[in-house]
Design a protein around this ligand. Structure first.
Ligand code: AHR
Length: 312
């Protein structure tokens, strides 16, 4: 269901406020909460904006409805974090016809005509996946397991989301000949579904060496499932577990010794999108594709100290 914004309708906004409609994916993860917070604290009246926020509950049809409602309300800009990559042409054409610029943030869209959106800003999901595979190779070599057969399972994000597609493809590009991908299944980027899928993997496959979780929240679910099955994970455990995002709770899991490594995905896109809007307002051009720099963290580092320096 569409979430109705508390703010006044766009047509009632004071003339000097820039009205921005944000079609958000949902509230499926800690990352998403930090991303929503970043928009809500950036697009304030004090900063010259009126934000109309919509939570699509991870459903593309809800996002399309939200975008249509933004068009009807004649907002100045539409920002979309698309649930999945495909199926956007029609609604983007409607926005173009209405003369409303569309900015993509976080996840990508796969559209044949890239003039349908102004620009995109987000993380390089494919690189995150490739970095995770490279890290695993070095880690296993360090343990003297570089030539062993390694059984891997993957908890994937929402199928068709660019965060899922990129991380899956990036990790696949770094697969070694002696690694076996036993199974991949979606955990929808949520802790509860991640736990459920991991429970079934553990029943099906007795010899899992590594779990790749396409976000932190699914890793938290996987950790619970592994412990409930009487196994251990993390650097001292039976199963190596790695994830993406690097939210505060992932640092806690590394500090507790449950999670081996987290590959960062930065959610703080509010100020980045505001900068893009300010440039467009000033008639300046913006770079079409804007990748954000990202790092990774593992338990060989002082993760407790690093956690204190982080904003999410
Ligand atoms: O698109 C970014 C991904 O979406 C994050 O990794 C995940 O936590 C979120 O749900």
């Amino acid at each position: 269901a569409e979430e109705v914004a508390e703010e006044p309708a766009a047509e009632e906004a004071s003339d000097d406020l820039i009205v921005v409609g944000y079609a958000q994916v949902g509230a499926e993860s800690d990352w998403r909460t930090a991303n929503t917070e970043s928009f809500k604290t950036t697009f304030t009246e004090e900063n010259g904006y009126q934000l109309i926020f919509d939570d699509a509950q991870q459903k593309q049809e809800n996002q399309i409805k939200a975008i249509r409602s933004f068009i009807q309300q004649e907002v100045d800009y539409i920002v979309v974090a698309p649930v999945v990559e495909t199926g956007w042409e029609t609604v983007l054409e409607e926005a173009k016809e209405a003369g409303i610029p569309v900015i993509l943030s976080d996840r990508m869209m796969d559209v044949s005509d890239d003039s349908l959106y102004e620009c995109w800003v987000g993380g390089n999901f494919e690189k995150e996946g490739a970095d995770a595979a490279a890290w695993l190779k070095t880690y296993l070599e360090g343990q003297g397991r570089g030539d062993e057969e390694i059984n891997i399972v993957t908890l994937q994000g929402t199928i068709g989301a660019s965060a899922q597609v990129g991380r899956t493809d990036g990790f696949a590009s770094g697969m070694q000949d002696n690694w076996v991908m036993l199974d991949k299944q979606t955990g929808e980027f949520t802790q509860s579904k991640g736990q459920e899928v991991m429970e079934s993997f553990l029943k099906q496959y007795p010899d899992i060496d590594v779990v790749v979780c396409e976000n932190d929240n699914m890793a938290f679910g996987a950790i619970d499932a592994i412990k409930a099955a009487g196994k251990t994970c993390g650097p001292e455990g039976d199963i190596t577990i790695i994830s993406f995002d690097a939210v505060a709770a992932a640092f806690d899991a590394m500090i507790a010794g449950d999670l081996n490594a987290a590959f960062e995905c930065n959610p703080l896109h509010g100020p980045r999108v505001a900068e893009i809007i300010q440039k467009l307002e000033a008639g300046e051009s913006v770079e079409k594709i804007q990748y954000v720099d990202e790092a990774y963290f593992d338990t060989s580092m002082d993760v407790a100290a690093i956690k204190e320096t982080r904003a999410y």
